[in-house]
Write a protein that binds this ligand. Structure first.
Ligand code: CA
Length: 243
């Protein structure tokens, strides 16, 4: 698994992969990034972005939606299932539905063009800080689920779970408060963004995916229980039914 290492403080010199085909945007913006102490690398196509992701292992990816050889959303979907790298989507479209779709694909934040470099750099810092401070290094155990926060691995009994970054963050957040309800608002702010104000459909989509990976019966989930009108509770003990 690639992706940013999980120090506690933001580090200078973080490599930022900017995937953007318009030089009139990428050139001044990468200069601004360099002035602020980041190491920008620019890809103008999806294919270049794939190569650079492997070669440079960026700390964060800024991703344009419309690229000459493909759709940035596809790349976001791919990245969110294969790596832990945070993503900020850059788009000319600002409707709520695009926001929601972007975040469902695993993006951490969303910027609408035209944007001010200073604003995006502030967002980059916030996303990096959040992804590094999200969890202290430790292992959580709740019932037959084990979450190694530092290694970002999770197991159901002996079986390692294959989770996307957001699914992992959700599971870790719920397991940390095992036995207690965690409100929808707290989950959204802890796993996505403290300034989140949009639809929380994203949360339900991720909860559904996580339950499926935990092998839950949707009617009577053993691990992630819905507390109607409030949020979710990770069951303290998740014993299997007696034979
Ligand atoms: Ca474009």
């Amino acid at each position: 698994m690639t992706g940013a290492s999980r120090g506690v403080a933001p580090r200078s010199g973080d490599r930022v992969l900017l995937v953007e085909d318009e030089a009139s945007i990428s050139e001044p913006f990468s200069q601004a990034l360099a002035r602020e102490g980041f190491q920008p690398v620019v890809a103008a196509t999806v294919a270049e972005a794939r190569t650079m992701l492997e070669q440079h292992e960026p700390a964060i990816v800024l991703l344009d939606l419309m690229l000459p050889d493909g759709d940035g959303r596809e790349l976001a979907r791919e990245l969110s299932t294969t790596s832990q790298v945070p993503i900020i989507m850059l788009t000319a479209r600002g409707s709520e539905i695009d926001r929601v779709v972007g975040l469902e694909l695993g993006a951490d934040d969303y910027v609408v063009k035209p944007f001010a470099a200073a604003e995006v750099i502030a967002r980059i810092r916030a996303v990096l800080r959040r992804s590094r401070q999200r969890e202290p290094a430790d292992t959580l155990t709740a019932g037959d689920v084990t979450v190694d926060v530092a290694a970002r691995q999770a197991w159901l009994a002996e079986r390692e779970l294959s989770l996307t970054r957001k699914e992992f963050d959700l599971l870790a957040r719920l397991a940390r408060s095992a036995g207690h309800v965690v409100t929808r608002e707290d989950l959204m702010s802890d796993v996505w963004d403290e300034n989140w104000f949009g639809s929380t459909k994203t949360l339900d989509v991720h909860i559904t995916a996580l339950r499926r990976k935990l092998g839950e019966d949707p009617a009577t989930p053993r691990h992630i229980q819905t507390v109607r009108g409030v949020g979710f509770r990770f069951a303290h003990s998740s014993r299997r039914p007696e034979p």
